[in-house]
Each structure stands twice: as C-alpha cells, then as structure tokens.
Design a protein around this ligand. Structure first.
Ligand code: FAD
Length: 491
C-alpha cells in the first residue's frame, strides 16, 4: 500500500492503557507501533495525574504529620516551603518514571511515533508530527498501516463554558503546575481529584471552599467513611457548599468572582465569592470524538466514549479500545487490566493461540482510593448500594481506636469495614461482597480486600488468616472476626 510504516498492532495513546497494551503485545511477539502526541510516554497518569499528585500529596502528608507531632512531644516549628524546589521534586519523579517507560519501549523494540493520530481508514492511521513540550504540529505527516489497533486515547478535564480564560482558573493539570499558593481557593466539584489537589494546597497554606451539586463530597464512597475524612479535614475549609450549582464567573482585579445557585428548588444560594484560584474538577470527558473514529467505522457515543465488549473489542472486529475512553471508572489500574486483555486477544488471534484469544475482562471489582489525609478506600459493594439494591449483608466493622498500631501512630480516627453476603442461600457463611477503609495508608491495604472478593473468601477465611501484629492491615482480619462474631480484643 501507500503506508510509511506497517505493523501487527498500532496502539493510539501511550497512557497506562496504551503502554501496557504495547508492552504486553511486544512480549507476545507482535510488531508494535505506539503513537503518542506528548513528548513523553505515560499519558495523564504519569505526566499530569496519579503520579505528580501523589508526589505532592506525600509532602503534604508529611507536613501534616509533623504538625501533629507537637502534641506528642516533638515540635518542629513552622514549615518553610520552597515551592520551586517542591515543583522540581515532582518533575524529577515524573521524569524518572516516563524515562523508564521510554527505555522499556526501546528494550521491547516497540516503535514510538510522536504525533497526533487520526484514522483515515479501517486499517490506516495518519500521524501528524508534534514537537516540543506544547505539542505543536510540525506539518509533517505519515501514514501507518495496521492489522489490529487498540485505541487508548484517554480523556481530558471538562471545563464549564462560562469560566473566563484566565490564569487564575485552572484544571488539575494547571493545579499540578504549582505556580504559587493562593490565599483563597475554590474547588469546583467535590470528587477525588479536586479534594486531593485541595489537600495539597491547603497544607501549603490556602484556605479552601468547595462547591458540589450533589448532597455529599467524594461520591461513590459510603458516607460513614467520608464522615471521618470530613471531620478531620473541616479545618481546611471555609465553606463546603453542597447541593449547589456554580452558575457564573467573572475575572476581576481582586480575583475570580464566582456566583452560585441552589441545586434544590426553592433553596437559597450562597453569596458570590472572590477567589485567587479556581480549580475546575468537574469530571473528565473521553477523547473519542477527536480521532476520526468514523473513518475506521468505529462507533462513538454522543459523549465521546467508545463501546466495547468484554474482550475490549469495538464494533469493528480488528479494532479494540481500552482505558478512560471506554468508560467509568476512569482509573489507571482499570486501563492496565483492559490493556492486557486486548493485547492478549489480538496476539492470540494473530498467532493462532486459542487460550490467549479467549482472554476477557472479568474482574469482579475495581478498587477506588482517595489519597487524601486520611485516605479513603473502597472496593466492591458499598453499604449504600446494598441498601439501595435490597441486598442483605452482614457487616464487620473494626474501629481503629482498638488498633494498637493506629494508637501508637497517634492516628486512630479510621476504621475498617467488611460486608458479607447474608442472604438465606449463604447459610451464615456468606462470601465477602465489599469493603471500605478510612485512615492512614488505607489505599495500600484495600488490595487485600479486592483479593478476598476475587477469591470468594468468607469471614472465616479472612479472620483465620494470620495478619502481622501490630499493623493497620490487621484491622481487616479483625473486621472479619467481628462479622463472624468471634472478636478477640487484641490491642
Ligand atoms: P491517558 O492516560 O489519558 O492517556 C491517553 C494518551 O493518549 C495521552 O498521553 C494522550 O496524549 C494520547 N492521545 C490522545 N489522543 C491522541 C491522538 N489523537 N494522537 C496521539 N496521542 C493521543 N487514576 C488512578 O488509578 N489513580 C490515581 O491516583 C489517579 N490520580 C489522578 C489524578 C489526576 C489529577 C488525574 C487527572 C487523573 C488521575 N487518575 C488516577 C486517572 C488516570 O490518570 C487515568 O485513569 C489514566 O491515565 C487513564 O489511562 P488511559 O491510558 O486510558 O489514558
């Protein structure tokens, strides 16, 4: 044909989904081309998402911990922050990881093509070269022919249409730039991303307001978990505006003046407020409409998602899609697992390996974590869902006020909760259906509950598994014992 380059598999987008798919396919013996418009691999997660946010959150958590230490007898005094050095640390972390990815791509002989990709047919993608850190198009184009394709083009932050174009209005990418620490900051949208960034800024000295349309922050998590986080974090906020819509914003010399409306009929609106920084964290929209998917015959929904089956296949047999672009939850670990499925199915079909070709995404659960302080983590069925769906569950709750380790750490505000099937068919030996934790390091521990759900464990399995003492993870075994009705009270 007329292609400049051809391959078994073209992967469009080098985020956690894209690079994981490319690497797995290359390991399975396929000739892989990975197309990415950014200068570095890793997508949103490594460059402007999971990783830089956690680099800053770690520093914030240490600063907060240090401020608690005075009560324990050690006073470090007031922190002195060098914001340029802090930003430099974050950049070093990102560069180390994205550089590692580039080396791994090279080692696996994955061809990385830098540029903006758009379909020109069912087996051809045109790539317009980009250069520099701002993704400017150079005008140079090439066409890549592929046998199979995986679309992993991700998502981008949504913006409210009436927000002024002003450096004092940012999305998460702008907030991660950490140009300065504003006095008053508005977080628009009370989800995980907004609250994580708010944690960083407030620890560095900003006063926070948050506005959320729904009736609570951190939607998706059980309210009892969120309540603990909210109690600990109340001092960071001047105003928590729930059931409130943001309806206007105006750039003034004094700041961004934002106006609100009650989301409830007849409700009273909070007074307009002026902020030094407004963070838009109202959700992310998929990039499905920006890749000329129609030229390949691939269906895209009105909102820009690409529908797929459990093998991650689109309506076009040889084209797959993974990650944020296929739907919620928009999380890196989901993208990675979907990537492995798609790569294995494609390799299996090309190489005539039936076992690989029958790979499917059949994870029972996908954990969620808010890396705030304390952390909030949950997986599987929540108590709110169980109630709403009329599912009978037995709850095992272990408060960290009874955890020796949490008390020793001076951080016993958290708890661990497990939910077991309590339907008549379970005969009192119900399997674990879900769990949640709030407290320091909750995110690092939720994986055990995910494993228990995937393995179909019951309360005895978890309670009789010997957890090391004294650890926070022990609280999972204890919660299982509580559910099973045999709680020993080991401190
Ligand atoms: P992306 O990471 O979005 O990657 C898509 C890539 O495709 C991008 O590099 C993009 O440049 C490229 N691309 C798109 N279109 C084209 C084109 N036409 N041509 C060439 N290249 C193209 N998730 C977690 O699991 N844990 C977290 O802690 C977490 N924290 C987050 C914090 C923030 C601030 C944000 C914004 C997100 C966070 N996420 C987190 C979500 C996570 O970043 C995403 O779920 C994940 O990056 C999705 O991976 P992906 O491969 O689908 O797409």
């Amino acid at each position: 044909g007329t292609a400049d380059l051809d391959c078994d598999l073209l992967v469009l987008g080098a985020g956690p989904g894209g690079y994981s798919a490319a690497f797995r396919a290359a390991d399975l013996g396929l000739k892989v081309v990975l197309v990415e418009r950014y200068a570095s691999l890793g997508g949103v997660c490594l460059n402007v998402g999971c990783i830089p946010s956690k680099a800053l959150l770690h520093v914030a958590a240490v600063m907060d911990e240090v401020s608690h230490m005075a009560a324990l007898g050690v006073d470090f005094g007031a922190p002195s922050v060098n914001i340029d050095k802090l930003r430099g640390h974050k950049e070093k972390v990102v560069n180390k990881l994205t550089g590692g990815l580039a080396a791994m791509a090279k080692m696996r002989k994955v061809t990385v093509v830098r540029g903006y990709g758009a379909f020109v047919g069912a087996n051809h993608l045109e790539v317009e070269e980009t250069s520099g850190t701002s993704q400017e198009k150079t005008g140079k184009k090439q066409t890549i022919a592929f046998k199979n394709c995986i679309i992993a083009a991700g998502s981008q932050a949504m913006r409210l249409p009436f927000m002024p174009d002003d450096p004092r209005v940012v999305d998460s990418t702008g907030a991660l730039d950490l140009k300065s620490v504003p006095k008053r900051m508005l977080i628009l949208g009370g989800g995980i991303i907004g609250l994580e960034m708010g944690t960083v800024y407030s620890t560095l000295g900003s006063r926070l307001d948050v506005v959320e349309m729904l009736d609570g922050l951190m939607q998706g998590a059980d309210r009892d978990l969120v309540k603990v986080w909210q109690k600990m974090n109340a001092p960071r906020f001047d105003n928590i505006m729930l059931k409130t819509k943001t309806v206007g914003a105006k750039a003034t010399p004094a700041g961004i003046e934002v106006t609100f409306e009650s989301a409830e009929p007849g409700g009273t609106a909070p007074a307009p407020q002026t902020y030094d920084l407004v963070l838009q964290a109202v959700g992310r929209s998929p990039n499905g409409k920006k890749i000329a998917a129609d030229k390949a015959g691939v269906s895209v929904t009105d909102r820009g998602f690409i529908p797929v089956d459990i093998q991650m296949r689109t309506n076009v047999k040889h084209i797959f899609a993974i990650g944020d672009i296929v739907g919620q939850p928009m999380l890196a670990h989901k993208a990675v697992h979907e990537a492995h499925v798609a790569a294995e199915v494609i390799a299996g079909e090309l190489l005539g390996n039936n076992e690989l070709a029958s790979a499917a995404f059949n994870a029972r659960v996908i954990p969620s974590v808010a890396y705030t302080d304390p952390e909030v983590a949950w997986v599987g069925l929540t108590e709110d869902q169980a109630k709403a769906q009329g599912i009978k569950v037995k709850k095992g709750l272990f408060p960290w006020t009874a955890s020796g380790r949490a008390i020793a750490n001076g951080r016993d505000e958290g708890f661990t909760k497990l939910l077991f099937d309590d339907s008549p068919e379970a005969h009192g030996h119900g399997k674990i259906l879900g769990g949640g934790m709030v407290g320091t390091h909750a995110g690092d521990m939720i994986g055990e509950i995910a494993l228990a759900i995937e393995m179909g464990a019951d309360a005895v399995d978890i309670g009789k598994t010997i957890h090391p003492h004294p650890t926070l993870g022990e609280s999972i075994g204890m919660a299982a014992e509580v559910a099973h009705g045999s709680c020993t009270d080991l401190p």
